[in-house]
Design a protein around this ligand. Structure first.
Ligand SMILES: [Zn+2]
Length: 423
């Protein structure tokens, strides 16, 4: 688009425009930059087609580019900000685990329920039994829910098939769901979620060898990232390292579920292999976080999932404040899944991150937008309001960033635009 192209969409008179701009262009926001980004009072965002064309205070609006065809939206008294980026979900699954909720309330632990054949394995049974049409209908239902919360990009992991055909089906359904509605879907392969019953005797190493041989070659160009659950009862550190190394050689980006329930060293291991993100981190120590920040030069993002310890009744939350102070970039996500977080409310996740992990409202917002985009390697295209990025925009029912995490559990979304189109 030439710089003189007429605006197709103009959102104007916003009380605050939360730009998320002003930090380094080549790496995620870290340290003081996480909360140091620019807010414009009484501002606008103008778009041409599906891209942002200009952002600024009303005094700098180029009136010559407004035509009768420009869709004009008044945001007086409201916040205008980029769409939320949800960088860690288990979107595609059959059934749900409402029946385990009361077991949890009676005191059974996550790992106890998993060891008794429940937990992830119960969702695996329901997912294997579901048709592709049912899985797609479920995914579209959940994506519509995410969109209502103002989430405009969703990462979606496989991992409830644990056999070749079902895992490939889950990635296929994620891609299909992305094509059928406006929210962008980014598939990740989590075949190494837990060891399936068929490999119980052969063990985790034999199972990941099967994935490397039979499944990953089918996923080139279909899933950008390979993820593994490094935890007691799932995959031990040495097997997780071997698997991620091999996946890296095959050209996949790397992610890991680590330090969720124990400190096994998974985050530091994966960051050392160049992982784009290390996720959970509730038991990651501040000292290890500082080493990761230094060794990766601030490129690996720690994805914090505050609704998971809440839902699992766990006291230990990731020490987000210490991570930020040590220079480790952090992102926030719900971890939407049927077992440990059946919530799509990324606003609530921001509130809990403030209350239990020590983030400020501005830091939490950056963690759920620009740094979440970094965690799925899409920061060049979304997560902030900057010319050239995709026009994913939210108009909120609140006048300032301070009120966003304050109205606990509310959905502040007034209007959602994806690619410049009102939803
Ligand atoms: Zn997860």
């Amino acid at each position: 688009m030439p710089d003189s192209a007429p605006y197709t969409l103009l959102i104007q008179h916003a009380a605050q425009v939360l730009t998320l701009a002003g930090g380094p262009a080549t790496r995620p926001l870290a340290g003081p930059d996480l909360g140091g980004w620019c807010i414009i009072d009484n501002g606008f965002v103008a778009c041409t087609g599906d891209k942002i064309a200009a952002v600024g205070p009303m005094s700098e609006l180029d009136q010559t580019r407004i035509t009768p065809a420009t869709q004009r939206i008044d945001a007086t008294g409201r916040v205008l900000m980029p769409g939320l980026v949800e960088c860690h979900t288990h979107l595609i699954f059959g059934g749900n685990r409402a029946h385990e909720f009361e077991r949890k309330l009676r005191g059974e632990s996550y790992l106890d329920i998993l060891a008794s054949g429940g937990g992830i394995l119960s969702t695996v049974r329901a997912t294997r039994a579901a048709s592709e049409e049912e899985l797609l209908a479920n995914a579209l239902h959940h994506l519509a829910g995410f969109r209502r919360y103002g989430i405009t990009t969703v990462e979606a992991k496989s991992g409830y098939g644990l056999d070749r055909d079902t895992e490939l089906r889950l990635v296929r359904v994620a891609r299909q769901a992305g094509r059928q509605q406006a929210v962008r879907v980014v598939p990740t392969f989590l075949g190494a979620h837990v060891v399936p019953p068929e490999f119980k005797d052969a063990g985790p190493r034999a199972y990941v060898d099967f994935l490397l041989r039979e499944v990953l070659p089918e996923l080139r160009g279909e899933a950008g990232f390979v993820d593994v659950f490094c935890e007691q009862g799932a995959f031990p550190l040495d097997v997780a390292r071997y698997y991620l190394e091999q996946a890296h050689h095959m050209g996949f980006g790397l992610k890991i579920h680590a330090e969720q329930l124990h400190d096994l060293g998974g985050c530091e291991m994966a960051a050392g292999l160049g992982a784009v993100s290390v996720d959970h981190c509730d038991y990651l120590t501040p000292a290890a976080a500082a080493r990761i920040a230094q060794h990766t030069q601030g490129r690996t993002v720690a994805v914090l999932l505050p609704l998971v310890p809440l839902f699992l009744r766990q006291e230990q939350y990731a020490p987000g404040r210490a991570f930020i102070d040590s220079g480790l970039p952090v992102a926030l996500s719900t971890d939407f899944n049927p077992g440990s977080c059946p919530s799509k409310n990324l606003w609530l996740a921001q509130s809990v991150a403030c209350l239990k992990m020590g983030l400020t409202p501005k830091e939490a917002l950056a963690a759920a937008t620009l740094n979440a985009a970094w965690a799925i390697d899409l920061a060049a295209d979304c997560g902030s309001l900057e010319p050239g990025k995709r026009a994913d925009l939210l108009v909120l029912n609140v006048p300032s960033v301070a009120e966003i995490p304050y109205w606990l559990g509310e959905n502040p979304v007034h209007e959602v635009f994806i690619g410049g189109v009102m939803q």
